[in-house]
Design a protein around this ligand. Structure first.
Ligand code: GTP
Length: 392
């Protein structure tokens, strides 16, 4: 499977633009689909024993080789050539089949509809003339076959009625299914690229807060500074309580609005030198630095900020959302947060350990009835001291 994925990604590595990478990937995937479909129908054709269909199988042989060249061209930096080879060879393969054997009798020309549309998937939008050319070429071929018609080889009429219906349904449905698959694949890859970009940019696109990666980097830096200065810091792990019902009742957009409002309220409770990040879903992490060198004082300061945030988030939310009919309505919603806190000083613990402990403390808050703040208690967990039994 990884070998196949590597083959499908031939030519993508080293291409800077995500959009071009996507086009190259689609061309390789389409080449694979073309080869598999030709092979699939070749087996069917052979099984019928019909002379016209067997002749069409033989005529398709060169196209297997031509289409196989496509990923190879991509791999050698010839993405433009690969697009044209694929686009023209699939149209020619189907045309040959229609004019030499099938005619328009078996509805194979529905593939021209697919080819008319996939230009937009293969070519960058700025090459609009190529997209339009492929559209006009394939759409004209489809219209000609559908309304003027191409006579099939007379031996094709020897196929029984059932077999004819089966071929027709197969050609129409596989061409439409391929279109659906390629469109879905485009969406899937675009979404994945968006997530990757978000990750790289260090920012959460919904709330405009830093993301997990950025927070982990900053935490590592703060630990290093703390090692030098002896200044204590704290990590607050925050998870909203009963957030899911808001999504379920008023839709995802309402949930998004609430997350944005939560981000603003948290930002309003902390100093410029601190940092709040969205870790994903309804989880946020806040890092407080320079809380002083004295343990109890630092702990109290962290508790004050956590309490300020807890109170701010428990205030009612007025969400301005659109109803299904397009009207706008204001929804009043109440929501709270469970917070877990872990204190740190110097480099005794890694950033991953600190986050893990703050997360565990947050779960204590959930267990104790939500809308609570819990500090991570030393020696509570097995990983704190493997020699001690876990205290529950
Ligand atoms: N609107 C919206 N919802 C999201 C987003 N990311 C995750 N979610 C939803 O957030 C919910 C988080 O689930 P939970 O934390 O288990 O739900 P909860 O109701 O808060 O449960 P408790 O934490 O146990 O109180 C899931 O329903 C996700 O679908 C997002 O970006 N926007």
């Amino acid at each position: 499977m990884t070998g196949l994925l590597k083959w499908l990604r031939w030519g993508c590595d080293g291409v800077e633009s995500y959009s071009l990478q996507r086009k190259i990937f689609h061309v390789n995937v389409a080449a694979l689909i073309a080869i598999l479909s030709m092979a699939f129908f070749a087996v069917f054709n052979a099984l019928t024993g019909n002379p016209a269909l067997i002749r069409s199988n033989l005529l398709q042989i060169p196209f297997y080789f031509i289409v196989l060249v496509v990923p190879w061209l991509n791999r050698h930096g010839q993405a433009g050539m690969a697009r044209w080879v694929l686009s023209l060879s699939i149209t020619t393969a189907v045309s040959t089949n229609i004019w030499i054997a099938n005619g328009s009798w078996l509805d194979l020309h529905f593939y021209f509809l697919l080819f008319a549309l996939v230009g937009v998937v293969f070519f960058p939008i700025r090459q609009w003339a190529s997209i339009v050319f492929l559209f006009v070429l394939n759409a004209s071929l489809f219209i000609y076959c559908e309304y003027v018609g191409v006579k099939p080889d007379p031996t094709l009429f020897l196929l029984g009625e059932n077999m004819t219906t089966m071929f027709r349904s197969a050609f129409v449905s596989t061409s439409l299914f391929t279109l659906l698959f390629i469109t879905w694949l485009g969406e899937y890859v675009a979404n994945r690229n968006e997530r990757e970009l978000e990750e790289l940019s260090g920012m959460d696109m919904l709330t405009h807060l830093p993301n997990r990666r950025r927070m982990e980097q900053r935490l590592a830096e703060t630990i290093a500074v703390s090692e030098r200065t002896g200044q204590r810091g704290a990590v607050l792990f925050l998870d909203l309580d009963n957030f899911k019902p808001l999504n379920d009742e008023h839709g995802h957009a309402a949930g998004d609005l609430l997350l944005q409002e939560v981000a603003q309220r948290i930002s309003g409770c902390i100093r410029k030198m601190d940092m709040a990040a969205r870790f994903g879903g309804d989880e946020f992490v806040i890092m407080l630095s320079e809380l002083g060198q004295e343990q109890e004082g630092a702990r109290q300061r962290a508790a004050q900020v956590a309490e300020k945030i807890r109170i701010a988030l428990a205030e009612p939310y007025l969400l301005d959302i659109s109803s299904a009919g397009g009207d706008r309505e204001s929804v009043k919603h109440r929501c709270s947060a469970s917070i877990g806190v872990e204190m740190f000083v110097g480099g005794a613990m890694s950033e991953a350990d600190i986050l893990k402990r703050a997360d565990a403390a947050m779960y204590q808050s959930k267990e104790h009835g939500r809308n609570k703040i819990s500090f991570h208690e030393e020696k509570r967990h097995v990983w704190d001291n493997p020699e001690l039994p876990t205290v529950v």
